[in-house]
Design a binder for this molecule. Structure first.
Ligand SMILES: Nc1ncnc2c1ncn2[C@@H]1O[C@H](COP(=O)(O)OP(=O)(O)OP(=O)(O)O)[C@@H](O)[C@H]1O
Length: 250
C-alpha cells in the first residue's frame, strides 16, 4: 500500500505538485490521469524515491523506503521503459538491475519469465520493439516480486495483444494482493482495469475515487471522457507543460 500525506514539490516558475494526500490500496490498480504537465510523473518520482519532496511523507507498506537497502523487495518501479542502454542484451540489463538491488540470477530469470521474454534474453535491446521494451521495463519493476508497483505509461508502444496481456497481468497480480499505481493517458484501459482513479490538474488532486464514481460525473455515451474533460479543462494547455493557476501562460 502507498500512502502519500501532504506531499509537495515546487519547481522554478511555480509548477510541481501541491499538497497531495492519497492512498493506493493492496489488490487494486489505482490510475493517475491528467493533462500533460499536471504532475503525474513528479508524483511517481517522489514515491519511487528519485525526487525528494519539499514537504510531506510517502510510505510503502508503512515503511519509509528512502534509505532502505531492501527497497526493491517492497516497491517495483518503471518510469521510462525506453530509457535503457539498448546495446545491452535483455539478460545483462535485468541481471545488472537485479544485482544493484541485492537480488540474484534466479530473480532476474523469474522477472523475464513473468513478462514472457526469458527465451529471447540473449538478444540485444536494439532489436526489441517498443512493446518488448515495455515488457523489459515491467520485468525491472517486478524484480524481487514486490507487493507494490509504480508504472508510468506502461501501455505506450504495446500492440493489441500486448494490451490484453497487460490486462491479464494486472488481474493476476492484483488477485495476489499487489498494489499498482499507474499513470496513463489510455482512457479505454483505465476504464477497463481501474479500481480507483486519481485525476490531477495543475499539480493538485481534482478527483480521487472509484472509477464508477468518476463515470457518474460524466454524461453521454463517453462518460469517462466527459467526466475527465469537465474536471481538467482549465488545466489543459498545448505546450505540454500544463496550465497552472497563477503561473501565467503555460
Ligand atoms: N525538473 C524540473 N524542473 C522544472 N520543472 C519541472 C521539472 N520536472 C517537471 N517540471 C514541471 O512540473 C510540471 C509537472 O510535470 P510532470 O512531468 O510531473 O507532468 P506529467 O503529468 O507527468 O506530464 P506528462 O503527461 O506529459 O507525462 C510540469 O509543468 C513540468 O514542466
Amino acid at each position: 500500500m502507498i500512502v502519500c500525506t501532504g506531499i509537495e514539490k515546487h519547481f522554478p516558475g511555480g509548477r510541481g505538485v501541491v499538497s497531495c494526500d492519497f492512498a493506493a490500496a493492496d489488490g487494486e490498480v489505482t490510475y493517475l490521469v491528467g493533462p500533460n504537465g499536471s504532475g503525474k510523473t513528479t508524483l511517481l518520482r517522489m514515491i519511487a524515491g528519485s525526487l525528494r519532496p519539499d514537504a510531506g511523507t510517502v510510505t510503502v507498506n508503512g515503511l519509509n523506503l528512502r534509505w532502505r537497502a531492501d527497497a526493491k523487495r517492497h516497491l517495483g518501479v518503471n518510469l521510462d521503459a525506453f530509457a535503457v542502454d539498448r546495446s545491452l542484451t535483455a539478460w545483462t540489463h535485468i541481471l545488472w538491475q537485479a544485482r544493484a538491488a541485492g537480488l540474484g540470477t534466479a530473480d532476474a530469470r523469474a522477472a523475464l519469465d513473468r513478462v514472457g521474454l526469458y527465451e529471447v534474453r540473449g538478444k540485444r535491446l536494439t532489436t526489441f520493439s517498443y512493446g518488448m521494451l515495455q515488457r523489459v521495463g515491467l520485468a525491472s519493476a517486478l524484480l524481487g516480486d514486490p507487493r507494490t508497483v509504480v508504472l508510468d505509461e506502461p501501455l505506450n508502444g504495446l500492440d493489441a495483444e500486448g494490451i490484453i496481456w497487460m490486462r491479464e497481468l494486472l488481474a493476476e497480480e492484483t488477485a495476489r494482493g499487489t498494489c499498482f499505481l499507474v499513470a496513463s493517458h489510455i482512457f479505454g484501459e483505465v476504464e477497463a482495469t481501474a479500481s480507483r482513479v486519481i485525476v490531477l490538474g495543475g499539480g493538485q488532486i481534482l478527483f480521487d475515487g472509484p472509477v464508477a464514481e468518476l463515470l457518474a460525473l460524466g454524461e453521454g455515451p463517453r462518460r469517462f471522457e466527459s467526466a475527465y474533460t469537465a474536471l481538467t479543462s482549465e488545466f489543459v494547455s498545448y505546450s505540454g507543460k500544463g496550465r497552472w493557476p497563477g503561473v501565467g501562460t503555460a
